[in-house]
Ligand binder design. Structure first.
Ligand code: SIN
Ligand code: CO
Length: 377
């Protein structure tokens, strides 16, 4: 296990941590050959970072053909593969090492393949990251000084620090892990070709939350309009009187307050919405939940779609289950079902037995299946 009580109290969001030989990656971990073939897949978000392209730290977006890959220089470039936990089961399995971490905080596992001396330059990330050395060696240098000059080199495709002075460095070998909290400057340079997995965390910004939330709620509040039946003659026509400003502020804040009453329901949908390229395909609706048992025929199991996290929360007496940007308002007695669905990736008929004859539960399972959020293993 990569995390425990001591990790949370001493390191999480506070201090870097180097763990030697902390993970054993599966035998079938993606190697260079597999990664190069996946670089041509248009459903996988890939970026190539060339330290010396036509400009420094040049970024190209995939997919990349094998001819393009063959023409790359012998050193100093990296290809980054986003969301590999959604694309490869053997990668997703690493997340079992993070038991005890709220799942909604985990964003993805990015895999990088670097040619010799390849790196993405000195930078900081705005979220926590576990850098796991999967193959080959990478030298990591870090700087924890939050007062250091963090200005960026202007005009580049990447956010590269103008000044980076290493305070500590380590050579990571396969199985070694480096945890970095947000804001620690780091530079990881491959020594020979290497593969690194980065478990990145989600930390929505207030701007991001506000933009999505307001976009959805705008239509509810757009017909609440300013009114002032107590208006009186005023001496200077140009003045916006303090009472008007107060009234406007109150109008806005009470609309916000009214609309945040179901904030939990909104947030669950927001945080489970899959990215465009990872959306599951819905199936034909069956119109009935009676067939749900039939999905387990022959000992089959149901599993969640790799990009459809299942989460739940409780607020104001409601129990909400979320998946794929949808919410289900469940009766309280469904709490064990919500824990079961969100706590495992697959379920047998035995796991779900008591719920399959419970009409509202069966209807929700049927909807999850029809939306493509859960599927036959
Ligand atoms: C990499 O894998 O090359 C970059 C990961 C990071 O710096 O966050
Ligand atoms: Co980074």
């Amino acid at each position: 296990m990569l995390i425990n009580h001591a990790f949370f109290s001493q390191h999480w969001q506070r201090k870097p941590l180097l763990l030697r030989q902390a993970v054993r990656l599966p035998e079938n971990s993606p190697d260079k050959k597999l990664l190069f073939s996946l670089a041509g897949d248009e459903n996988i978000e890939t970026r190539l970072v060339l330290e010396h392209g036509e400009r420094p730290w040049e970024v190209h977006y995939g997919p990349f053909s094998s001819t393009e890959l063959d023409q790359l220089p012998g050193s100093r470039w990296t290809i980054l593969f986003q969301d590999m936990d959604k694309h490869l089961q053997e990668v997703a399995e690493l997340l079992a090492q993070f038991e005890g971490m709220p799942r909604w905080r985990i964003d993805d596992i990015m895999i990088s393949y670097a040619a010799d001396r390849g790196s993405v330059g000195p930078h900081t990330d705005e979220y926590d990251v576990f850098l796991i050395q999967a193959a080959g060696k990478r030298r990591w240098q870090i700087n924890e000084d939050t007062l250091a000059d963090r200005s960026l080199v202007p005009g580049l495709d990447m956010k590269i620090l103008q000044h980076f002075e290493s305070e500590q460095e380590w050579l990571l070998e396969p199985g070694d892990v480096l945890y970095l909290p947000p804001g620690v400057a780091h530079l990881g340079v491959a020594e020979g070709e290497c593969i690194t997995w980065s478990v990145g965390f989600r930390a929505p910004s207030a701007g991001e939350l506000f933009a999505h939330w307001a976009d959805e709620k705008l239509r509810n509040v757009s017909n609440i309009r300013y009114s002032d039946p107590d208006l009186q003659l005023q001496a200077h026509r140009g003045e916006i009187q303090p009472q008007a400003i107060d009234r406007l502020r109150t109008m806005l804040l009470s609309a916000l307050e009214q609309e945040t009453a179901d904030f939990a329901e909104w947030f669950g949908r927001f945080i489970t919405e899959p990215k465009e390229n990872l959306q599951p395909f819905p199936r034909e609706p069956s119109g009935s939940s009676a067939g749900i048992r039939g999905l387990f025929t022959g000992g089959a199991r149901l599993c969640r779609h790799p990009a459809s996290d299942i989460l739940y929360t409780q607020e104001n007496g409601h129990l909400y289950l979320f998946c794929g940007g949808h919410s289900y308002d469940l009766p309280q007695r469904h709490l064990p079902l919500a824990i079961l669905l969100s706590g495992q990736d697959c379920w047998s008929a035995d796991d779900l037995d008591e719920w399959l004859d419970d009409e509202p539960a069966a209807r929700m399972l049927c909807d999850l299946y029809e939306q493509g959020f859960i599927q036959i293993d």
